[in-house]
Design a protein around this ligand. Structure first.
Ligand code: HEC
Length: 465
């Protein structure tokens, strides 16, 4: 190994290797191969690096900086530092495997273009995936360690002048709950301070107090005066959920803002590695006076049980050109309350259920619009979910809305279209959910708990200009 490193350093010097400058990539690899095979003659191990092989510093690290270092950095949620050659080399086969199946970087919706493309997609090109494989096959060569280090892209800044900072409690210590040992899901009530007249949310950003612990955050909009499906108000239900665990700040929640709490939308969805999220220019989500936000935090228990305070910064304005409506619907969950309760049978590697409804039924405001611009979607299932597909039916024609082909509860988020889709309020959205119950021996019912399932679609829409 010492020999290889010394030779690489030498070959990368154009004068010493006699090469024309600027060709260090392939030149270095070829040089090393010759030298390595020469060295192999006197030893029993062959260190063959095929000519033209990608190297870590020339080829792989730039992709890692752009696509992985938002999380795989010291102190980050991604545990290991992938900018460290020795670490990346040890993990070379895992990097190939995880990127090949698109498990990493995590992004559960297909972004190939066959079913739309999304802003800020964590998505590798096929060539980048191939690069990890070719680098591993070549023996994970290092390349020229003296090259300047690529810098991860700078994150988007939060647009707006009036930024309201809301915080999760500083003293909350994550603890395993019903959801199992991997993550702790906890809800906290915060106040967006909208008092007399409605205001609009035009963007947000999240600053985790301890990035190694904060896996995920969803901000649900809740009307404390609203009536829950069980009767009583959201406000009193949340107070009793909180009071039920006097030893913990906040309350356990999994499917939404806590069992029975009726939520209006999910204006904030955040996963590590991203910058600020700004809603499309001129649009904003209305927050009515008195409405509250429930922050659902996902704490990564593998990183230890440390207290960490997370800050959510909301960019608020008094008026917007176009009000964006963020609304949720789940007709699978609704069967619980309308007497047609569906059960998902156990022992099925794939069980499919579908529902459909005109887009105007997501929110009454939509009915009054001539045309609807769909800005984004938020698909949501629980732990048994495999796939989810949304199709938009306009008369006899249909188009793909979103295709989630690798559902993972840990990486749920809102997906905003690079090119928004314009439809009529009467056009239908068809939602197909697909679950895997092969590990279960009892039926699964709809619900908000960890043992239940959902088939929810949130939409972000505005009246088309
Ligand atoms: C948004 C954050 C994020 C990004 C971006 C990301 N990762 Fe990860 N990665 C994680 C987390 C968190 C884990 C731990 C397992 C989990 O929670 O899924 C992980 C685990 C892994 C693992 C180990 C998987 C296992 O179970 O053995 C590999 C390998 C990996 N990531 C590679 C990559 C590569 C390569 C990239 C870039 C192309 C990347 N990751 C980008 C967050 C991220």
């Amino acid at each position: 190994m010492a020999l290889l490193v010394a030779l690489t350093g030498c070959a990368a010097d154009p004068e010493a290797s006699g090469e024309s400058s600027g060709e260090t990539g392939t030149g270095t690899a070829a040089e090393v191969t010759t030298a390595a095979s020469a060295a192999a003659e006197s030893s029993s191990t062959t260190l063959e690096i095929p000519p033209g092989s990608p190297t870590f510093y020339e080829d792989v690290l730039p992709v890692i900086a752009a696509q992985c270092m938002g999380c795989h950095t010291p102190g980050g949620i991604g545990v290991f530092d992938l900018a460290d050659y020795e670490i990346a080399k040890t993990l070379a086969s895992a990097l190939t495997a995880q990127t090949a199946v698109r498990a990493m970087p995590p992004f559960v919706a297909s972004n190939t273009g066959e079913c739309n493309t999304f802003t800020d997609a964590r998505w590798l090109t096929d060539d980048e995936i191939d690069l990890f494989a070719r680098w591993e096959q070549a023996g994970a060569p290092q390349g020229d360690a003296s090259l300047p280090r690529p810098v991860p892209p700078t994150a988007d800044g939060l647009v707006g002048e009036e930024i309201l900072a809301l915080r999760s409690p500083a003293d909350y210590v994550p603890v395993a709950d019903d959801a199992g040992g991997a993550d702790d899901y906890q809800c906290f009530l915060v106040d967006p301070e909208v008092v007399d007249t409605a205001r609009y949310l035009i963007g947000y950003e999240v600053a985790p107090g301890n990035p190694a612990v904060t896996h995920h955050l969803i901000g649900f909009l809740v009307d404390p005066e609203g009536t829950t499906p069980f009767g009583g108000t959201n406000g009193s239900l949340m107070a009793s959920l909180d009071a039920a665990s006097p030893d913990q700040l906040g309350w356990d929640c999994y499917g939404a803002a806590g069992n029975g709490v009726l939520v209006q939308g999910t204006p904030v969805t955040w996963a590590p590695g991203g910058g600020a999220f700004n809603f499309p220019e001129g649009t904003g989500i209305r927050i009515d006076p008195g409405y509250q936000l429930v922050l659902q935090m996902h704490y990564n228990l593998a990183a230890g049980q440390e207290a960490a305070q997370t800050e959510v910064r909301l960019s608020m304005v008094d008026e917007v050109e176009r009000e964006a409506v963020n609304a949720l619907d789940d007709r699978f969950l609704a069967t619980l309350f309308n007497g047609t309760s569906v059960e998902i049978p156990p022992g099925e590697s794939s069980f499919v259920w579908k529902w459909q409804a005109p887009i105007r039924e997501w929110d009454s405001r939509i009915s009054g619009w001539e045309k609807v611009e769909i800005l984004g979607m938020l698909p949501h299932m629980h732990g048994l979910g495999r796939r989810m597909q949304v199709t938009i039916h306009s008369g006899d024609t249909e188009q793909c809305g979103i295709y989630v082909d690798r559902w993972d509860f840990n990486w749920q988020q809102a997906f905003m279209y690079e090119t928004p889709i314009v439809v009529s309020p009467s056009d239908q959205l068809e939602i197909v959910c697909d679950w895997d119950t092969s590990a279960k021996d009892t039926p699964t019912t709809p619900g908000l708990g960890t043992g239940n399932e959902m088939c929810l679609l949130g939409i972000y829409v505005a009246e088309a200009k």
